[in-house]
Ligand binder design. Structure first.
Ligand code: HEM
Length: 229
């Protein structure tokens, strides 16, 4: 909430049950939605019925609008993402406003959706694999302890982001390789083209299976690579 909307909600010490429930079920896409999305006609049906792959969009739109009003009336004094968008709203390129109110609200929803589940799942899976591999956990711990020691034991988030935790970086990369949070990437073909003998007509939706690529035995002969050096 702090990075997306620039507001302090103290979600861990004083949780808002409604907001929490909606944020936790953001990607609980109903089964009929998943099943129907396999058919080309789905593109038209979902527009007609206002169906979205992200749940509770109207709720977050209302929330984004409220935050926008608050931030317009009382600037936070912080140069966070919301502030940058508010500044872009005041600028224009060739007479066109860079960002409108609607676009700012849309961006906050995207950032909340893109940042919440991805970060949470990555942290959960990293903790899981560290529990499975205590020797790797010990190495990560040692690296963090050495780095904090050399920085006088201060430990705020801003401080951690400035550290060079190379081994931890490798561990998280391997976790994301085994469990790619974005397990499929979707792109639409702008122009008709042929790649390696396969014809892709313009407009076709292409699903790129990141999970399968990450587990291709040609590149990754081991299921889990514990040799991270
Ligand atoms: C470990 C955490 C994260 C993972 C694994 C992750 C993964 C991804 C992946 C795979 C994509 C590409 C999707 C595609 O192009 O089909 C993506 C895009 C994006 N992510 Fe993340 N993400 C993470 C954290 C975040 C956070 C914290 C934010 C924002 C606060 C964020 C914002 C975005 C945005 C805005 C896009 C769309 C970029 C674009 O299409 O131009 N992500 N992320």
């Amino acid at each position: 909430m702090r990075s997306a909307f620039g507001v302090e909600v103290e979600i861990q010490t004083n949780p808002d049950p409604d907001l929490l429930q909606k944020a936790l079920t953001l990607f609980d896409v109903p089964l009929y939605n998943r099943a129907l999305s396999m058919f080309p006609l789905w593109q038209n049906i979902k527009k007609f019925f206002d169906i979205n792959p992200i749940q509770h969009v109207r709720y977050f739109e209302k929330l984004g609008r409220k935050v926008l009003e608050i931030r317009k009336k009382s600037p936070s004094g912080r140069r966070d993402l919301f502030q940058l968008m508010l500044e872009a709203k005041e600028e224009s390129v060739k007479g066109t406003q860079k960002l409108t109110d609607e676009e700012i609200i849309a961006q906050t929803i995207v950032i909340l959706a893109a940042g919440f589940e991805t970060t949470g799942s990555t942290l959960a899976f990293t903790a899981y694999y560290l529990a499975l591999y205590p020797e790797i956990q010990a190495r990560v711990r040692q690296e963090i302890e050495e780095a904090t020691k050399s920085h006088g034991h201060t430990s705020t988030l801003d401080f951690i982001s400035g550290l060079d935790l190379e081994y931890l970086d490798r561990v998280i990369s391997e976790v994301l390789r085994i469990i790619p949070i974005g397990f499929v990437n979707v792109r639409q073909c702008n122009e008709s083209c042929v790649i390696k003998g396969v014809h892709f007509p313009a407009g076709v939706i292409v699903n790129i299976p990141s999970y399968a690529v990450h587990h291709d035995p040609e590149f990754w002969p081991e299921v889990i690579n514990t040799n991270l050096y």
